[in-house]
Design a protein around this ligand. Structure first.
Ligand code: HEC
Length: 142
């Protein structure tokens, strides 16, 4: 009898922990590895599409270069080797949804404390974010 009571107790504790986690809005494993945002599953990436990368470079120079140099710290982290540090999905998610990552993703919370300004939401949509990712992949291939 005591055995069953113990099992029951353990079950109750486990489910209440689960609830507490959900309430706190804890991140899923996918979100921890790939950031929080519209990209919710792994991308299928081919070899680099240079035309797409060219259009990504244009967007990058217009919208990102102000804060992100390719090499060396600027108002944001350097972009060289970013595709080795972060997954492609992570890169797209932070481009499209920076504010939520700044609020909820433990690594981005840590990172933002090193910079004076946060990365702003620039209203970038999927296709443009994808092109920027292609440009960043191209830089890291060189
Ligand atoms: C106003 C400055 C600013 C602009 C503009 C900006 N960022 Fe950021 N970015 C930051 C800062 C600061 C961080 C560090 C984390 C944070 O505060 O969000 C960051 C973080 C990142 C990260 C994660 C870096 C890492 O080491 O994990 C990526 C990737 C990134 N930015 C890409 C971009 C791209 C691509 C653009 C253009 C579409 C862009 N950013 C525009 C300031 C900026």
């Amino acid at each position: 009898m005591k055995f069953f009571v113990n099992i029951l107790m353990i079950l109750v504790i486990m489910t209440s922990n689960l609830f507490a986690q959900q309430k706190k809005g804890e991140l899923t494993d996918f979100e921890l590895k790939n950031g929080i945002g519209p990209v919710k599953s792994k991308l299928k990436l081919d070899k680099i599409n240079t035309k797409l990368a060219e259009s990504g470079k244009k967007s990058f120079n217009e919208k990102c270069l102000l804060c992100h140099k390719i090499e060396g710290k600027g108002m944001g982290p350097a972009m060289k080797n970013i595709t080795k540090k972060r997954s492609p999905e992570f890169i797209m998610n932070i481009i499209m949804n920076p504010e939520e990552n700044e609020r909820r993703h433990p690594e981005i919370i840590k990172l933002k404390s090193q910079y004076r300004f946060n990365m702003p939401d620039m209203g970038i949509k999927y296709d443009e974010a994808r092109a920027i990712l292609e440009y960043l992949r191209l830089i890291d291939k060189k």
